[in-house]
Design a protein. Structure first.
Lengths: 111, 112
């Protein structure tokens, strides 16, 4: 089992819809979770960090964390074509503080 | 001011050559990282230094040697380059513990 799993996509949503991106992780002791956005040919850019169970909102983005289910998600409301990118989930493993990235989900927002 | 800068942006070279990539951060972070992103876009950690000390050394061929002269710099030297080394190499820096990382723009390495 991979340490951090994401559906590779592409996930296609129409402009204005809600895009839902999911990530599961295997290390039950993990405490820190991040979502990065990576445009083609560019570097990963931090969008959200979340450390506690529940929802965390920042503008059109909402991160959701459920440690019991080992699941973290990112919702993008009112999706725009400019949101089209690969979204990477990252988890810091317990003990070693090592960042583990998922393989990313490619999102396409259709105008 | 660029927070994490790495040079060069592109590196095209032949098999068997030796090359270096440099990275500098001005964020005051203690920890710096090297990642490799392959053609399938999987981002894999290679090395991590905390205040000039190596703390993460993943299963990477010993042709790859990181060097950290001070906590603001982390360079990557690669000996005897192979075709499979073609990838984008990202430098990143982060605070200690559970803080997020910030990435440089990447170095696209192409081996002919």
């Amino acid at each position: 089992q991979k340490e951090v799993e994401q559906n590779s996509g592409p996930l296609s949503v129409p402009e204005g819809a809600i895009a839902s991106l999911n990530c599961t992780y295997s290390d039950r002791g993990s405490q820190s979770f991040f979502w990065y956005r990576q445009y083609s040919g560019k570097s990963p850019e931090l969008i959200m960090s979340i450390y506690s169970n529940g929802d965390k909102e920042d503008g059109r983005f909402t991160a959701q964390l459920n440690k019991a289910s080992q699941y973290v998600s990112l919702l993008i409301r009112d999706s725009q074509p400019s949101d089209s990118a690969t979204y990477l989930c990252a988890v810091i493993t317990s003990g070693t503080y090592k960042y583990i990235f998922g393989t990313g989900t490619r999102l396409k927002v259709l105008a | 001011d660029t927070a994490v800068s790495q040079t060069p942006k592109y590196l095209v070279t032949q098999m068997g050559n030796d090359k270096s990539i440099k990275c500098e951060q001005n964020l005051g972070h203690d920890t710096m990282y090297w990642y490799k992103q392959d053609s399938k876009k999987f981002l894999k950690i290679m090395f991590s230094y905390n205040n000039k000390e190596l703390i993460i050394n993943e299963t990477v061929p010993n042709r790859f040697s990181p060097k950290s002269p001070d906590k603001a710099h982390l360079n990557l030297h690669i000996n005897s380059l192979e075709l499979g080394d073609s990838a984008v190499y990202f430098c990143a820096s982060g605070g200690t513990g559970n803080q997020p990382q910030h990435f440089g723009d990447g170095t696209r390495l192409s081996i002919l």
